[in-house]
Write a protein that binds this ligand. Structure first.
Ligand code: HEC
Length: 433
């Protein structure tokens, strides 16, 4: 409640961060798994004394470098812009708590950038041994950067004892740190296979193409069992209430959970089909489709993780609308409009119900509900309810409806909120004041 609210309507409910993050996460996992793919494929080329495979590694490195360094870095910075505008309070908590972790992270990034450039430009110019060492250095730093970021991302879902002791180590090595780290590592290896399809299917020589496509299929399929095991471990590491919330209580997550299961089967099936010798054009199209399924796959996972955190942005500490759990009582006493530092309307009266209601909505609801957009559209919800019904819903927030934070406004603010939703958003002027 200490920062102005970015008054998005259509793009409310986290749409912007969802788009930015899904692309970033896909490419950044590729940056990890793909790093191992490069060195291991180079080892293969050297072992088999096969210059064609070596040429393939070089070609794939160029693709890898451009995608991860340009697109990966831009979207990474994009995430910072987006989160700092969408939720300055939570971003501030992450920065202040983990300032050294971020410093370490960026040092690792720098090492990644330097080593991948050295790797690419030194192909054929230095000894195999030294070239491989550079490749391993790249992969080590890429994996380490996942190690650190994973801690911070997992922290938001399960901050564990940090909530009580405020200790940075408790926050970083939180209850889901390890399962999430392995989960993401195996996923990264599978993603390396998916991106490998993109370059291996375009190889001209049929024999080599067939071998390399199969090699990539192995990357996709081999880690799969371990990936599923780590997903199970991840789930069992969640505190029971949170587990129940994610898998049972939040209605909107069911779709994503089903999509995740469906994509798992599609990926395995697609991987097997890729391994069969089919015409080059078929394989190329299938490679593109598989890459897209991979994006949906990681996207649904991230939606489940972010969605499952509701009503919090940092579990047990800060709600998605940036209200601190500990500040519920004082804010309730003063009302939202008094407590929010940047509210333009401070008092509700008969003449400003719409304006006051919009302020209340932006402060209390917009972080999770869009107005007419794809994510948790308040128009759709309000359409199902009468304004009296909405009143009951708002009263039940935080108690019966545990996936939403308690409503901390006064009775007048609630009235203004409902007036705004039905009068201004739903355009139902007959709503009684
Ligand atoms: C922490 C995020 C969050 C905040 C903040 C939030 N909600 Fe919700 N709301 C949800 C979730 C999650 C659902 C469950 C529906 C879903 O999963 O898509 C929901 C459902 C609802 C529903 C029922 C929807 C239906 O179709 O059955 C209403 C009504 C609603 N919210 C109103 C509000 C109002 C009004 C506010 C602000 C005072 C608010 N919400 C703030 C997350 C939030």
């Amino acid at each position: 409640m200490n920062y102005p609210v970015w008054q998005l309507g259509f793009a409310g409910g986290g749409l912007l961060i969802a788009i930015m993050a899904v692309f970033h996460v896909y490419v950044s996992h590729f940056a990890v798994g793909g790093g191992l793919f490069l060195v291991l494929t180079e080892h293969k080329a050297i072992r088999e004394k096969n210059p064609d495979i070596m040429a393939y590694v070089k070609k794939h490195t160029r693709f890898f470098m451009l995608l991860t360094m340009v697109f990966g870095s831009l979207t990474g910075v994009g995430i910072w812009f987006t989160i700092s505008l969408l939720n300055p309070s939570a971003t501030s908590v992450l920065i202040h708590n983990f300032v050294f972790a971020w410093g370490v992270e960026w040092t690792f990034f720098l090492a990644e950038i330097i080593s991948i450039f050295l790797y690419y430009y030194s192909f054929g110019r230095i000894s195999n041994r030294n070239h491989l060492i550079i490749g391993w250095i790249y992969f080590a730093f890429a994996w380490l950067s996942l190690f650190v970021v994973n801690g911070i991302v997992a922290f938001m879902l399960t901050p564990g004892s940090w909530v009580d002791n405020g200790n940075v180590w408790s926050g970083l090595f939180n209850p889901t740190f390890w399962p999430s780290f392995f989960f993401r590592t195996f996923l990264a290896l599978m993603i390396a296979g998916l991106f490998g399809f993109m370059t291996s299917t375009t190889l001209k020589e049929p024999e080599l193409r067939n071998r390399m496509v199969r090699f990539c299929a192995l990357w996709l399929l081999a880690p799969f069992i371990l990936f599923l095991a780590s997903a199970w471990w991840y789930r069992s590491a969640l505190p029971p209430q949170l587990e129940e919330m994610v898998f049972k209580k939040i209605p909107g997550l069911k779709f994503y959970l089903q999509a995740f299961v469906a994509c798992s089967s599609l990926l395995v099936f697609g991987g097997l089909v890729m391994a069969i010798r089919t015409p080059a054009a078929v394989r190329r199209s299938l490679a593109a489709v598989m890459l897209l399924i991979g994006l949906v796959y990681i996207g649904t996972f991230e939606f489940i993780r972010e969605g499952g955190r509701k009503p919090y942005i940092i579990q047990d500490y800060m709600y998605s609308n940036s209200l601190l759990k500990d500040s519920i009582t004082p804010v309730k006493e003063s009302g939202i409009l008094q407590a929010a530092r940047w509210a333009r309307v401070r008092e509700v009266d008969e003449n400003n119900l719409g304006a006051a209601g919009k302020e209340v909505f932006d402060l209390a609801c917009l972080s999770c509900h869009s107005v007419g957009g794809p994510l948790r559209d308040i128009k759709v919800s309000a359409g199902k309810l009468s304004s009296t019904g909405m009143g009951f819903f708002v009263n039940a927030m935080g108690t019966k409806l545990k996936y939403m934070p308690p409503f901390v406004g006064t009775e007048e603010e609630k009235k203004a909120l409902i007036f705004y939703i039905y009068h201004s958003v739903m355009n139902q002027p007959q709503t009684e004041k």
